[in-house]
Design a protein around this ligand. Structure first.
Ligand code: SPV
Ligand code: MG
Length: 575
């Protein structure tokens, strides 16, 4: 049966291994020595993995003499079993001790999802069969049969397989001894016999197979007689061929060549195109699954939250201090304004941050952010900057002015809002005579603590010309939009659609963020209002800039203790 047939794949790993051993087809197992190689074996199409003792010890950098402890081997197998759903047949050397060690090994292997173990009739600690094989002492037959019986008696899973490996040909004891041992091991309960040879021709293996005459499945390891056509094994009635060490050898050659080249040339350019891309490593590690799980399980099941920070302006009234940097890079209490904002976002789990720079974008500190540049910043407004970042956004998004400082609860409450659109409005700012205040907001109701918890929506925000003529507005505003907009779920697509429409307008280049809010409202969107009363600052002029330091200090840990009574905000100090 083909490995990809559903009936085969739905079976347990041990059942699949057993089926391979008893099937009348010639089957193949490929060596793996860690999780990554186990994944690679599966992707290549193999149906089972050989957990090679040689390869596992080699990847640890130790000898194939039981220098790695059996628990270290079993831990490695666990990574392999996690990385690949293929059955794994462990090369269990001599069973790491006597019958009792075999019993414990079998139980531990079953617990870790390993399908079977192969044990060889040598003595612990063993040496690889290809290193002076004739000098290697064989196990006493009865003692080895006891190990097989003990292993079979201790397995809980009826399909777990024990393969008995006959080393008589390796040790030079002859064909009769090999056959005698194989028969004894079969009678002791072995599910298959591995007959090993170190000759470069398959003659003794084929003779053994003839004499054996199918009494139990035969497994071979043609490392030395590799030039034998595979058809010969098929015709000889072999059950399973193990390609025993070829991935560790392939990895070794590749690593040697690449290390040598990089050392000699002191550059990576000569190797980059001939080695796996970093993305290929991520793929083999199943990094995408992690990202999906993150969306499902982190942030209370919310999709990853991103932010766009509008930071293109030099800052009107701040020319004296923004010769060599944009407003967002002004130092406030020891760190740039933008860093305060970025840290505030990160604190709320908003890690994907796109900053739209413009004026002196080269001076923006890009650590932990993605910088995009509005090259037309001198001739365009906020929406043109937002448009530069629009295609970078996926999932829930906060759009923010770059010149904000705020108490952390303001952002926390905003990103926790379930509404497709929500904004923060400061109800302490309704004095339209104050020329330095912009973005006045009118809402469905005034801020009234009696209404706490009631849904209030945005009706309009002063935009463009209105910014300077708000004093003459018929109705007193309910507050000021602070420059934070949260877009959630399907809201993002709708915002992008409204943006596309605005982009067709002749005056798009001059539009500000309030124009977008108003366009959303006109398009029938409901924008939920979260009222605050102070607790934030915008940096709009030199006065703001000077006072921002006190506010920022108050946001730092233990600031009130150190900085004294500086926690008041700029707008009346309501705490
Ligand atoms: C192994 O892969 O560790 C084996 C097979 O035991 S061999 O190295 O050929 O003995
Ligand atoms: Mg081995």
């Amino acid at each position: 049966m083909n490995a990809r047939e559903p009936a085969f794949v739905s079976q347990s790993r041990s059942a699949r291994l057993r089926q391979m051993l008893v099937s009348s087809e010639l089957e193949f197992m490929m060596e793996a020595h860690n999780g990554l190689s186990a994944r690679i074996v599966r992707e290549a199409g193999f149906k089972a993995i050989w957990g090679s003792g040689l390869a596992i010890s080699a990847q640890f950098g130790v000898r194939d003499n039981n220098e790695a402890s059996w628990t270290q081997v079993v831990d490695t197998l666990e990574f392999m079993a996690d990385a690949s759903d293929l059955p794994i047949l462990l090369d269990g050397d001599t069973g790491y001790g006597n019958f009792n060690n075999v019993r414990r090994l079998v139980r531990k292997l079953e617990q870790r999802g390993i399908a079977g173990v192969c044990i060889e009739d040598k003595q612990f600690p063993k040496t690889n069969s290809f290193i002076n094989g004739e000098a290697q002492p064989l196990a006493d037959i009865d003692e080895f049969c006891g190990k097989i019986k003990a292993g079979k008696d201790s397995q809980n899973d009826e399909h777990f397989s024990i393969v008995a490996r006959v080393e008589a040909l390796i040790a030079g004891w002859g064909m009769d001894e090999a056959l005698r041992r194989a028969e004894a091991y079969r009678r002791a309960g072995a599910d298959a016999i591995l007959i090993h040879s170190k000759l470069s021709r398959p003659d003794e293996i084929l003779e053994f197979a003839r004499e054996w005459a199918g009494r139990a499945p035969l497994v071979i390891v043609p490392t030395k007689y590799y030039s034998t056509p595979t058809e010969v094994f098929r015709e000889a009635g072999i059950s399973t061929v193990i390609w025993a060490n070829h991935l560790i050898r392939a990895a070794t050659s590749a690593m040697q060549a690449v290390a040598k080249e990089i050392h000699a040339s002191e550059t990576l350019v000569n190797v980059e195109d001939s080695i796996a891309a970093v993305n290929e490593i991520f793929r083999l590690q199943d990094a995408d699954e992690y990202s999906e799980a993150e969306d499902r399980y982190l942030s209370g099941g919310r999709a990853a939250c991103s932010a766009v920070v509008l930071a293109a302006s030099r800052g009107k009234g701040l020319e004296a201090v923004t010769e060599d940097r944009p407003k967002v890079m002004l130092p406030i209490a020891g760190k740039p304004l933008l860093r305060w904002l970025v840290d505030a976002f990160k604190k709320q789990g908003v890690n994907d941050i796109t900053v739209v720079g413009g004026y002196r974008a080269d001076a923006i500190d890009t650590a932990g952010i993605r910088l995009v540049v509005n090259e037309q910043h001198a001739q365009t407004g906020e929406l043109a900057s937002l448009a530069c970042a629009l295609d970078k956004l996926t999932g829930d998004t906060v759009v923010s002015y770059g010149d904000l400082l705020f108490r952390s609860y303001i952002l926390r409450d905003l990103v926790e809002s379930e509404a497709a659109f929500s904004v923060v409005v400061d109800s302490s700012l309704t004095d339209t005579e104050n020329a330095s205040v912009r973005d006045f907001a009118w809402c469905s109701a005034a801020d009234d603590r009696g209404l706490f918890g009631n849904k209030i929506v945005l009706r309009h925000v002063a935009s463009g010309q209105e910014q300077s003529s708000a004093a003459s507005a018929a109705q007193v505003p309910h507050g000021r939009w602070v420059g934070l907009l949260n877009v959630r779920g399907a809201g993002l697509e709708r915002l992008q659609a409204v943006m596309r429409e605005l982009q067709t307008r002749d005056d798009f280049a001059s539009l500000d963020m309030p124009a977008l809010l108003n366009a959303l409202i006109e398009a029938g969107e409901s924008i939920e209002v979260q009222y605050v009363h102070g607790h934030w600052r915008g940096v709009n002029d030199l006065d703001d800039f000077r006072r921002a330091g006190d506010f920022a200090h108050a946001q730092a840990p233990f600031a009130t203790a150190v900085g004294g009574a500086t926690a008041n905000d700029a707008h009346g100090g309501v705490q």
